[in-house]
Ligand binder design. Structure first.
Ligand SMILES: C[S@@+](CC[C@H](N)C(=O)[O-])C[C@H]1O[C@@H](n2cnc3c(N)ncnc32)[C@H](O)[C@@H]1O
Length: 468
């Protein structure tokens, strides 16, 4: 059985949910069979039988917002063998030696061959070893895996390659100070491109841990974060304070469940601002429409769209400047036809950009008087212009207050009132939940997920709603 390892984005819960949704609804059906805070192990129903499956993996990589790399798995070592080979305290040396031999035997068998990590021996070979722990704050990672397992793997794999006939075998050397401190990031996607680790005589070899053990895999595709960053940072108009991240924009588009014939799918961002969601929708081939109450924002977005289409060297679609309207989201049905859109992805007005936490009463007034009525009217209108059974992916704020309590709009209630069903972001029946509290999903966790940095005053909460 072929399995693949997906390296998750920094918001791993959201990345996992995005991946599960993709595997459930796209043509490339499959299941997440194991996971940690860094990786997901995926079993596809059919994809691996396709001769062009590497191309398909590249397509999947491009579509997903929360996936850093995709690797093919060659073998698995259970956690007990690893812990026997690399114990926290060495009591029984015999065990250590025996288990290390077992690990080496496994690696020796999978490193070269038609079904191996390298298809054959090359004169000059290069590899980078990446270890993804179960959790980064795991002491076993910083004390043992980084300081002992990683050097062991590098040295032994290099030896094996030489024994098998490589004249030159080198490995990627992480900065010594990071190894000593146990604070190490596996190599970044842009390094994979820089060191040409996707070519045949070079490889990134991933050792991805879960509670069950370690999966050994070779990277086949990687995200191109520089390109997304370029779109985000170099576009003519931007406002970092109020814009969502490229990753979140792409994830939000994917939760609309429109994976096939994207070029025919009409989607709307009715609070388009400077157009982050719109730009990534163009990149992902959708027919994007937008509107905003602020005419300057409308002009900015149109300018940004032209800029991106030129960058992509794509033909400018006719009437692109008519696709973004100066319009109030509270009466969308005046501007758009009924049952017109296949999906709506949007980040509405979230309130002022607070530099200091507001008082509870202040935030409550904002929610009650401004945001809740705005969202309510928007949902009512969205119902009219959305096709049946289609979805809204919506961001709502959680505001931290000085008095200590977080406050938010009850989106589930508003959705129900306007005949939308709240779709849980992750289907708990589809994953094997974990024992570790930090990794476990509770029922409440999966209804919605949060995208926020530590200490952020306004956190973004993601909702998926379906027209009933
Ligand atoms: C948080 S910003 C969206 C930012 C956007 N995601 C971006 O990347 O630039 C919210 C936008 O909603 C717009 N807005 C506020 N109230 C609105 C309304 N009633 N109808 C339409 N747009 C509105 C604001 O002008 C602002 O551009």
């Amino acid at each position: 059985m072929h399995h693949f390892l997906f390296v998750l984005g920094s918001n791993w819960r959201l990345s996992l949910a995005e991946l599960d949704n993709y595997l459930k609804y796209s043509q490339n059906k499959g299941k997440i069979v194991d996971y940690s805070a860094n990786i997901a192990i995926v079993e596809f129903e059919k994809l691996h039988q396709d001769r062009q499956y590497i191309n398909k993996l590249m397509e999947i990589q491009f579509i997903l917002g929360g996936c850093q790399k995709i690797a093919e798995i060659y073998d698995f070592i259970d956690i007990k063998t690893i812990q026997d080979a690399f114990p926290i305290q060495i009591n029984k040396f015999r065990y250590v030696e025996k288990s290390r031999k077992k690990i080496l035997h496994i690696i020796d068998n999978l490193i070269i061959g038609k079904q191996g990590i390298f298809p054959k021996v090359y004169e000059s070979m290069f590899f980078a070893t990446s270890i993804y722990p179960n959790l980064y704050d795991d002491k076993y990672y910083s004390d043992i895996l980084v300081k002992h397992f990683l050097p062991f793997l590098n040295k032994e794999i290099m030896e094996i390659l030489k024994q098998k006939g490589a004249e030159k075998a080198l490995y990627y050397q992480y900065p010594e100070k990071n190894i000593k401190s146990g604070n190490l990031n596996p190599i970044f996607p842009h390094h994979i491109i820089k060191y040409e680790l996707l070519s045949q005589n070079r490889a990134e070899i991933i050792f991805g841990f879960t509670e069950e053990g370690v999966y050994i895999a070779r990277t086949f595709t990687t995200d191109d974060p520089n390109f997304k960053k370029r779109i985000d940072e170099e576009r003519p108009y931007k406002e970092f304070e109020s814009a969502i991240s490229p990753k979140l924009a792409v994830i939000m588009l994917n939760f609309l469940n429109l994976f096939e014939n994207r070029e025919n799918k009409k989607i709307l961002d009715p609070f388009i601002g400077n157009g982050t969601i719109g730009l990534f929708a163009i990149l992902q081939d959708f027919q994007i429409h937008g509107s905003d109450i602020n005419n300057q924002k409308v002009k900015n977005t149109i300018r940004n769209f032209y800029w991106l289409l030129e960058l992509l060297e794509e033909e400018i679609p006719p009437f692109i400047n008519k696709r973004v309207l100066n319009h109030d989201a509270r009466n969308l049905s005046d501007a758009f036809e009924l049952d017109f859109f296949d999906g709506i992805s949007t980040e509405p007005n979230l309130g002022p950009f607070y530099k200091k936490k507001p008082y509870y009463t202040q935030a409550k007034e904002l929610l009650d008087m401004e945001l809740e009525p705005l969202y309510d009217e928007f949902f009512r209108e969205a119902y009219q212009i959305l096709k049946p059974n289609c979805r809204i992916c919506f961001v709502s704020p959680i505001i931290s207050t000085v008095d200590g309590n977080d406050i938010q709009v009850n989106i589930e209630k508003l959705a129900r009132k306007n005949k939308f069903r709240l779709v849980p972001l992750l289907d708990l029946n589809r994953i094997n939940n974990k024992i570790n509290q930090k990794l476990k999903f509770g029922k409440q966790h999966v209804k919605t997920l949060i995208d926020a940095k530590k200490g952020q005053i306004i956190k973004r909460k993601l909702y998926v709603l379906e027209k009933q």
